[in-house]
Design a protein around this ligand. Structure first.
Ligand code: NDP
Ligand code: 8X3
Length: 256
């Protein structure tokens, strides 16, 4: 399916997988609706997307945790941007890596509010239009963490297990319409993810990728664009991808 001129809405487009996905859809000539909280970073991605071939870019400062802001932003989109073809529910984060019984409630709330409730708010605001128009594709970012819980990561893993359930539930609920629903579930990808998880502790973040050649954001973006480009009658339900040095959430082969 050609992605040229399609309206692609990407949350969390200011960095990492979201930014790479914006550039990958740009190369296909898509029209990009980009959202995140950091306007400066988003503006940089927007101008790179135009250089890469995006047909047009519209950037939105948005915190997906704010239900009212999400609904209002969607309700007030300029008419030429309102008919979203592809939604990439990518905005997400982890906070902290510690035993559940020692965890910080604020970290839990940030993860659940962003990864679960934020994803739901955006989905609720966008999918009804897809159903009415009789076309659309929702691509959610899951994780290996959603399949297999690892120690000290229970709440992040739970948020991605919830993503998995929501992805499967939505696919059942749009059955009978042409709307497609996909979960793209990567293992370790080197982005700002670990810096955010460790609240800016660069040394701790670097250790995560020690002795590993992790996935790049571009590896994941390629899969997202591939899923979106399948013929209209094909629904890719889920893609699980890791670097070759990772078998699952718990098992790695690190070089010295
Ligand atoms: P990054 O930290 O590099 O990027 C996260 C993006 O999400 C940023 O653009 C950030 O933008 C945005 N974001 C975070 N909170 C909010 C919010 N409340 N409202 C709007 N945007 C928000 O991480 P990744 O690219 O690695 O992560 C992207 C997705 O991929 C996440 O869902 C993550 O869970 C998932 N994932 C990541 C893996 C990894 O190893 N990196 C592996 C598997 C899945 P801003 O701060 O400007 O708002
Ligand atoms: C991100 C991958 O293993 O760091 O979802 O949780 S992991």
């Amino acid at each position: 399916m050609s992605l040229k001129g399609k309206i692609v809405f990407i949350t969390g487009a200011s960095a990492g997988i979201g930014a790479a996905t914006a550039l990958a859809f740009a190369a296909e000539g898509a029209r990009l609706l980009l959202a995140a909280r950091r306007a400066g970073k988003l503006a940089e991605v927007a101008s790179r997307a135009l250089e890469c071939g995006a047909a047009a870019v519209h950037s939105i400062g948005l915190d997906v945790r704010d239900h009212r802001a999400v609904q209002q932003t969607m309700d007030e989109l300029p008419p030429e941007w309102a008919e979203i073809d592809i939604l990439v529910n990518n905005a997400g984060l982890s906070r902290g890596l510690e035993k559940l019984y020692m965890g910080k409630v604020q970290d839990w709330e940030e993860m659940i509010d962003t990864n679960v409730k934020g994803l739901l708010y955006v989905t609720r605001a966008v999918v009804p239009g897809m159903v009415v128009r009789g076309r659309g594709h929702v691509i959610n970012l899951g994780s290996t963490a959603g399949e297999l819980t690892y120690p000290n990561g229970a709440v992040y893993c739970a948020s991605k297990a919830a993503e998995r359930a929501i992805n499967d539930g939505l696919r059942q609920d749009v059955l009978g319409t042409p709307v497609r629903v996909t979960s793209v579930d990567p293992g370790m990808v080197e982005t700002e993810f670990s810096m955010v998880r460790f609240h800016g502790d660069t040394e701790r973040a670097a250790k995560v990728y020690k002795g590993i050649q992790p996935l790049t954001p571009e590896d994941v973006a390629e899969v997202i664009v591939w899923a979106a480009g399948r013929p209209a009658h094909v629904n890719i339900a889920r893609v699980l991808l890791t670097c070759v040095q990772q078998a699952n959430s718990l098992l790695f082969s690190r070089s010295e």
